[in-house]
Design a protein around this ligand. Structure first.
Ligand code: ADP
Ligand code: MG
Length: 568
């Protein structure tokens, strides 16, 4: 089809465009960061495809990004010689949102502009952010390997639809032209554009070039020369030495690799030498993504081999329970033509994964164990966002189980609210004389756990009980029998043995009571024969008349309910 066609945006795109123009207006210069970021991704994709097909470089092997402006036409153009887009790709990539979590995002929109603005920041808007300053965008693109007649022009005013038509395009890649809205002329300045690029895109490893400007003494004005100059540092950020990288550059690089709009919580950057050589730059985000619980979600690590981009979401490089970590790993040992299948088998990859896991755990320990309140607060915030995921590590990573256990935080009867702030070490520090176990109660909700009749005797004795009510808790507990030699004991299981917390007088009294109620217990046993395995006199209650308990070696009530709900 060569004639021009008009197509509608996906409904979510329309919604996003409207929302974004209002909510991101105060931060509109980020449009350039987003377009440069996409151009850089396009170059990475080309380099990767070209590993097996060198012809894709055509006769233009030097990848770069060009930023230009035209004062008279009031346009800014961002060009790249990356992978480009076919007609179908332009339609789907620039007309729909493929991002995972999109559904959840739109269902969370409240109509309250301020709240929605905060959400949209988390979601990220990418290409569409250019509509904040442009009332029309023209995208001319040609996919690498296609012929010059297979170019595509995509054009839209951002209202509700876009047009698509075939064009001739000699050069490979994408030119994005922004037709500026009334009042946005401040961007028609080399100085302005350069300063935005340096601020947000200095970490981009390709050269970002602009035409040189020079003062003309005769004309008494600056004239644009035919020469180009590189505006950014144009080297891979992770390969630079730490001392040459500013905090801002680390943050902007994070936004680029993660497609997140918010700064990360913390990061670690290391060059590892020895048996396996690689560089890791790993970030912990501030906030959990919408699709944290999506089973199909891959990790957030970009794999490079000697600076060449190999793949996004290389899930083999991070264990599943650290799937929220974002960043780059650049290996010196892996072959360039490495595939996901090879990654699965590779010994080098296993070494990298183990090393990266240790780094991330170390990063979290630094926050958790810091004396600095700001760092501690960061850990609390991390725990709120990702604690439930980290708990999966107890079952998944036997090697690091002890380290992970130290990072766990729980709600507890020592706190008023449901905040998960108590560590095992805190608990042990408060244990009573003679107490040798760590007691916990599980429940479907915090209220249920907190009001459990099983807690009565513990309250009476002033013994602290951890309250575990996250979905993963029961599963996690099946891998965690003790912590530093102290057995973990459910308050709801078996014959409650409070050990030396019970004094001799109490024990004697209990025995007497048991004999006294022997007949009653026998009667109840036969009456409940098909409903209860056993009936016992209990001393664990102080206010409630009776409660159900699970056998010592049985699944707990809560886990049974969970399994039933899951149809097992
Ligand atoms: P994201 O970068 O998070 O995927 P964007 O909205 O920024 O989202 O971009 C949407 C998609 O459009 C990209 O994933 C890519 O497939 C395509 N795209 C955007 N800009 C370019 C470009 N310069 N070259 C090739 N493809 C591009
Ligand atoms: Mg993008």
């Amino acid at each position: 089809v060569s004639e021009k066609q008009t197509l509608g945006f996906q409904a979510e795109v329309k919604q996003l465009l409207q929302l974004m123009i209002h909510s991101l207006y105060s931060n509109k210069e980020i449009f350039l960061r987003e377009l440069v970021s996409n151009a850089s991704d396009a170059a990475d994709k080309l380099r990767f495809e070209a590993i097996n097909n060198g012809a894709l470089f055509e006769n233009d092997p030097e990848l770069k990004i060009k930023v230009a402006f035209d004062k008279a036409a009031r346009t800014i153009t961002i060009s790249d010689n990356g992978i480009g887009m076919s007609r179908d790709e332009a339609i789907s990539h620039l007309g729909t949102i493929a991002k995972s979590g999109t559904k959840e995002f739109f269902s969370k929109l409240s109509g309250d502009q301020q709240k929605d603005a905060a959400l949209i920041g988390q979601f990220g808007v990418g290409f569409y952010s250019a509509f904040i300053i442009a009332d029309k965008i023209t995208v001319d693109t040609r996919r690498a390997g296609a012929t010059a007649t297979e170019g595509v022009r995509w054009e839209s005013t951002g209202a509700g639809d876009f047009s698509i038509e075939a064009i001739d395009k000699a050069s490979r890649g994408t030119d994005i032209t922004l037709h500026l809205r009334e009042g946005e002329d401040e961007y028609l300045s080399a100085w302005k554009l350069k300063s935005i690029i340096r601020k947000y895109s200095d970490h981009i490893s390709l050269p970002i070039v602009m035409q040189k400007e020079e003062w003309d003494e005769e004309k008494k004005e600056t004239v644009v020369k035919d020469e180009f100059e590189t505006v950014n540092q144009a080297s891979a950020l992770w390969a630079r030495s730490k001392s040459d990288i500013s905090e801002e550059q680390y943050v902007e690089f994070y936004k680029h690799v993660s497609h997140d709009f918010e700064a990360p919580l913390t990061y670690t950057h290391n060059r590892v030498e020895g048996r396996s050589e690689y560089t890791q730059l790993l970030y912990v985000p501030s906030r959990a993504p919408f699709d944290l619980w999506d089973r199909n979600k891959r990790g957030g690590i970009k794999l490079y081999v000697k600076r060449v981009f190999i793949m996004d979401d290389a899930e083999q490089l991070m264990p599943v329970y650290l799937r929220f970590v974002k960043g780059v790993i650049d290996s010196s040992d892996l072959p360039l033509n490495v595939s996901r299948e090879i990654l699965q088998e590779s010994r080098d990859v296993r070494v990298i994964r183990e090393g990266s896991t240790k780094r991330v755990l170390g990063l979290l320990e630094e926050l958790a164990n810091s004396d600095d309140q700001a760092q501690k607060d960061k850990y609390a915030s991390f725990w709120k966002e990702f604690g439930q995921v980290l708990k999966e590590g107890i079952g998944e990573d036997a090697t690091n189980k002890e380290r992970i256990a130290k990072l766990l935080r729980f709600a507890s009867t020592s706190n008023d609210g449901d905040a998960q702030t108590v560590s095992f070490a805190d608990y042990i520090g408060r244990m009573k004389e003679g107490q040798d176990k760590i007691y916990y109660a599980t429940g479907e909700t915090f209220a249920a756990a907190k009001n459990s009749p099983h807690l009565e005797i513990f309250r009476k004795k002033g013994v602290e009980v951890l309250l575990l009510t996250d979905r993963v808790d029961e599963w996690m507990l099946s891998f965690l029998q003790d912590f530093e030699g102290k057995e973990l004991a459910s308050v709801a299981k078996g014959g409650l043995d409070l050990g030396t917390l019970e004094d001799e007088a109490e024990k004697k009294q209990h025995e007497e009571t048991e004999t006294q109620f022997k007949d009653l217990v026998e009667k109840m046993k036969s009456a409940l024969a098909d409903k209860a395995k056993d009936v016992r006199v209990t001393f664990r209650l102080t206010d409630s008349p009776a409660c159900l308990v699970a056998d010592e070696n049985e699944l707990s009530g809560n886990l049974l309910r969970m399994l039933k709900a899951a149809g097992q």
